[in-house]
Design a protein around this ligand. Structure first.
Ligand code: NAD
Ligand code: HSO
Ligand code: ZN
Length: 442
């Protein structure tokens, strides 16, 4: 794959055809993306994790001075008071405040339905078995700094945590040279984040994972970030839980030729503008519709603010694919297992039933991913890089854990202890066998 940035006025998006004998090889080459661990990043992260684990606050302050250009000497300077969050929210223009509130309400309503409840079953002999559900005590939410910070991601991470009943939510966000993102702080206020520290990178992940004199250790770290953050999350996994290490964002659009080509072109752009490695693919049964989308891309791209990024992304990882029928389109969708799947179809429901692997499915021409990214209600933190084959959107269940409950009755023990003892003997574990047998009444 080339890394050249194409001319911003000409998007060189590739055209593929399922009838081409090399089609699947070309498709697989397009999909091939592995988050590679840069050795230099790995070494830097190792050093940062070690320093924070051994010296705590001193290392956090040192790295924050070094990487974010802050002249801080005390940890208190890195914590934003709750009043600063409330002020950021109060100072928002009414339209933004209203949008944030309405999005948060919809996200909360949707996530309420995901809450797992405990249960107990009772057997005839009085034995009770069950599952107790407990929210995590304390969670760390990493929010990237600078332009890459998405206030919508604060909502998408914090709301399910709060719905789950997480005891304490600690947010870290770097503020390079002291620049704060007021929408991020406002979103933290709105979602009830408990504490906010202005630090970032691997040192933030380390501080959350190990705890420092000032920053309390958390049980799980969620949220995206750059290569240092991703690598640090990978390395602290086990000490704490992590949500996932997300890859570049992806959209796959299936089209039967109905709808407006300009809408589809803009949906591809919406993915491509995230970054140059984002993946935007359109599959259609209609060659003339693909031509019309290609024309719309050429026409609309020069009007877009981030056209260099969009053009580079479409050139690197974009494609317009012709298929013979929608069955083939669905097979391609299941092979790609995309983060986002738009069914730009006249009658999407029967085709949605055939999709087995996708982070989120958007049905019909009005169900655009951009609405899902902000305010439809479902989470926008979704599995990427084919991981929708085995994982799910971020949800309330990611902030809850399950504990088994076993209450064997006296009568139940007479039935179960002999079984346990026999199996224990088969494993050669005699203390297990004796322990069970002691419960058998003479
Ligand atoms: N997947 C998603 O949903 C999603 C959403 C938003 C952002 N992102 C990603 O988040 C990232 C944001 O990146 P960012 O850099 O602007 O913010 P960031 O918060 O991820 O990283 C900033 C921190 O990186 C650390 N850092 C920078 N240079 C360093 C160096 N040489 N050595 C050690 N540490 C260093 C610093 O500590 C700095 O505070 C982007 O990669 C973007 O793609 C992903
Ligand atoms: N499409 C991104 C990953 O699902 C989420 C996002 C945030 N802001 C805009 N889009
Ligand atoms: Zn998006």
């Amino acid at each position: 794959m080339t890394s050249q940035t194409p001319d911003s006025s000409a998007a060189r998006i590739r055209r593929l055809d399922v009838r081409d004998p090399d089609f699947f090889a070309q498709l697989d080459a397009l999909l091939a993306f592995e988050a590679q661990t840069d050795e230099a990043v790995g070494r830097a992260v190792d050093e940062i994790l070690r320093a924070v684990r051994t010296t705590g606050d001193a290392a956090v302050l040192d790295y924050t001075r070094r990487f974010d250009g802050l002249t801080v000497t005390h940890m208190a300077e890195l914590e934003l008071p709750k009043s600063a969050l409330a002020e950021a929210f109060a100072a928002l223009p009414a339209e933004q405040k209203d949008a944030l509130v309405r999005a948060a309400e919809r996200i909360e309503t949707f996530h309420e339905r995901q809450k797992l409840e405990g249960w107990v079953i009772e057997e005839a002999d009085g034995t009770r078995l069950g599952q107790k559900v407990t929210p995590l005590d304390r969670v760390g939410l990493y929010v990237p700094g600078g332009r890459a910070a998405y206030p919508s991601s604060v909502l998408m991470n914090a709301i399910p945590a709060k719905v789950a009943g997480v005891g304490e939510l600690i947010m870290t966000v770097p503020t390079p040279r002291g620049e704060k993102n007021p929408l991020v702080l406002a979103a933290a206020h709105l979602t009830g984040v408990d504490r906010v520290f202005t630090l970032g990178g691997a040192q933030a992940v380390a501080a959350l994972a190990y705890g420092t004199q000032t920053i309390p250790q958390v049980d799980k770290i969620v949220g995206p970030g750059n290569a240092y953050v991703a690598e640090a999350k990978r390395r602290v996994f086990g000490v704490v839980g992590i949500d996932m290490v997300a890859g570049p964002s992806e959209v796959l659009i299936l089209s039967d030729g109905s709808g407006d080509p300009a809408w589809v072109a803009m949906d591809l752009f919406a993915q491509a503008e995230h970054d140059e490695l984002a993946q935007s693919i359109l599959v259609s049964t209609q060659a003339d519709f693909l031509d019309a989308v290609a024309e719309a891309i050429e026409r609309l791209l020069p009007t877009m603010p981030r056209r260099e990024v969009i053009a580079a992304s479409l050139a690197h990882r974009g494609a317009l694919i012709r298929v013979d029928d929608l069955e083939q389109a669905v097979a391609i969708a299941n092979r790609i297992a995309p983060e986002h799947l738009e069914l730009a179809l006249e009658d999407p429901e029967p085709w949605a039933d055939k999709i087995r692997h996708a982070g989120a499915i958007f049905l019909g021409h009005w169900s655009v991913e951009a609405i899902g990214d902000y305010c439809a209600g479902p989470n926008h933190v979704l599995p990427t890089m084919r991981s929708a084959r085995f994982s799910s959107p971020l949800g309330v269940y990611d902030f809850q854990k399950r504990t088994s409950l076993v209450a064997v009755s006296r009568a139940g023990a007479q039935k179960l202890a002999p079984i346990a003892a026999t199996l224990a003997q088969g494993e050669g574990l005699m203390a297990h066998a004796r322990s069970a047998q002691m419960r058998i009444l003479p």
